[in-house]
Design a binder for this molecule. Sequence first.
Ligand SMILES: Cc1cc2nc3c(=O)[nH]c(=O)nc-3n(C[C@H](O)[C@H](O)[C@H](O)COP(=O)(O)OP(=O)(O)OC[C@H]3O[C@@H](n4cnc5c(N)ncnc54)[C@H](O)[C@@H]3O)c2cc1C
Length: 399
Amino acid sequence: MDRRAKSCRCLATLPVPSRLRKAGPNEDPVLPDAPKHLLLVGGGHAHVIVLEAFARRPEPGLRLTLVAKDRFSPYSGMLPGHLAGLYGREEMHIDLERLARRCGAALIEGEASRIEPDARQVCLGSGEVLAYDVLSIDIGIVPDLTGIEGADEHALAVKPIGDLLPKWDRLLADAERGQGPRRLAIVGGGIAGICLAFAAASRLRHTGASITLIGAGPSPEINAGMARRVGHALKRHGIALLSGEPVVAIHRHGVTLANGDSVAADAVLVSTHAAPPRVLHEAALEKDGRGFLAIGPTLQVLGWGNVFAAGDCATMEAHPRPKAGVFAVRQGPVLARNLRRALRGEPLEAYVPQRDHLILIGTGDGSAIGGRGRWLSFEGRWAWRLKDWLDRRFMRRFR
Ligand SMILES: Cc1cc2nc3c(=O)[nH]c(=O)nc-3n(C[C@H](O)[C@H](O)[C@H](O)COP(=O)(O)OP(=O)(O)OC[C@H]3O[C@@H](n4cnc5c(N)ncnc54)[C@H](O)[C@@H]3O)c2cc1C
């Protein structure tokens, strides 16, 4: 056993054919007639689609295991609507246990703490070790709070969403009792930050709380027309916008900007840059310059025939795209087909993600601002109805 394998306490190791144990990068993972174990790590957007695909069309002779931190996987598209009080918690969560049951998969509620591709095994925080024939990773991102002093202690990080929700509930309960924040700051001027600002304003308006959105500059994710519409809507909703100076520190009484200015706040929500989850740091897999898994057009991690990755934790080296759920969702069906093909020993299909995508930002008042590409922008109640219909239609697939 090599040094890294020793570090995992093997409580339950699934049998791995000895020929597979020695297989290295770029080797064909498929052994005809061998029992096959597909291990999905993370219950992200791409993996729920994979599970749905295997439920619809089971793969004979396949053992399927899903490792996910939580039984309920949040759908981020509905998160701002949930924070605004428009959707119940169960409406924005996918029940992974039910989904796993539908496709005969075993769900292990736990956290992958070590990925050992040479040994073809994944170690869990519990000490359990899972061997695999084919591995797929869809574990999202963690917030990158490194450049913001005090953020670990004083900020409410938006991701992981599972950790945010109980904190948001407490904040709301305090607000209802008149003991909540009088001033809320949201750090991060990207789409997520903008959505959160509208959601918070709509939910906290009656408490008299003020909302400030702080972005380091204009969001590169939205075109000029949308930016104009967002600017007008923020004003209409009484949300102050500070743009141009990054936040460098968060403390008990607010935030400090790079130019030394302070913004007073009793609570600070942070939705800034993404960082790769810790389990990827030490995994001996190909990464991009920021530490996200580097994948090719077949969604295989570069150099590894039997390791796939999708969603925010991965970067398509040939076609980089922003980290957005819509890309994880689009990768889902391709990932499902390629996992099936890899298990069968068939050639894989290549995938080129679309260049741009429809963006819809709910403004928390039954209206939405939308756009696509460089030129198209629009807004109205119909845009919210469209977003609501698209999100509910997506969630219906897993009910
Ligand atoms: C407020 C907000 C609004 C957003 N709105 C939109 C939107 O409208 N449209 C859009 O396209 N994008 C939106 N996004 C972005 C979107 O959230 C992400 O791009 C999307 O969630 C990425 O999906 P994923 O499959 O990569 O991972 P995730 O959805 O993050 O799922 C990863 C899962 O893996 C689990 N996990 C993590 N680590 C481990 C581990 N070590 N072991 C086991 N399990 C693990 C996590 O618990 C999680 O359930 C929004 C983001 C935010 C914060």
